[in-house]
Design a protein around this ligand. Sequence first.
Ligand code: SAM
Length: 208
Amino acid sequence: MDIVNSDIERYLADLFPSTDPVLKEMERLAEREEFPIVGPLVGRLLALMARLVNARRVFEFGSGFGYSAFWFLQGMGEQGTVVMTDDEEANAARARDYFKQAGLSDRAAINVGDAFDIIDQQPGPFDIILVDCEKARYPLAFEKALPKLRSGGLLIADNVLWFGKVLKRSEEPSTIGVQQFTRLITTDTRLTTTILPLRDGVSISCKR
Ligand SMILES: C[S@@+](CC[C@H](N)C(=O)[O-])C[C@H]1O[C@@H](n2cnc3c(N)ncnc32)[C@H](O)[C@@H]1O
């Protein structure tokens, strides 16, 4: 199921075309290889969130080849850094290359491995934590992320509407994972949460 009407999606995309050449190259690669990036509209939202909370440190569960991290860095000042994680070296290698081209290498720590182990080694606190890894483990990401987030920091997750699959009971671990995660972020009293039906659904939770 498309969450947003395709004409509206196109209208919004046309309002905000990407102009950065590296970002455009990343978007072309994603389209060519059908790689699931957050896309320009959600990317812009990430940059805006980073600016609004004056973010200096961001952690990502699942960075792919660096598209979402690139957007976070656009929203942060020169001091801002992103801790990226991906379990595939090929993605990390591409991210290194893109960040070098964009002159952002010194602002990104590109880690290869399981994000759930990597976060344990990070001192925290982070201003923003993005959850965009395998959906079955979203509830575990919630448990791992919350203690590492500063008060006033944001937990952001992509794909929380999961192409409409969240509407029904499911046996699929990915759908169950997204549904459980959603229950956690909408009921935990330490968080103020909203869900934006943008692209495939983005949740934004602010920690008290
Ligand atoms: C949806 S893509 C991330 C896209 C990225 N956030 C963006 O918008 O540019 C998910 C990525 O997470 C990686 N991944 C999945 N589970 C992971 C895990 N447990 N630890 C690290 N990376 C993981 C996959 O290899 C994949 O590249």
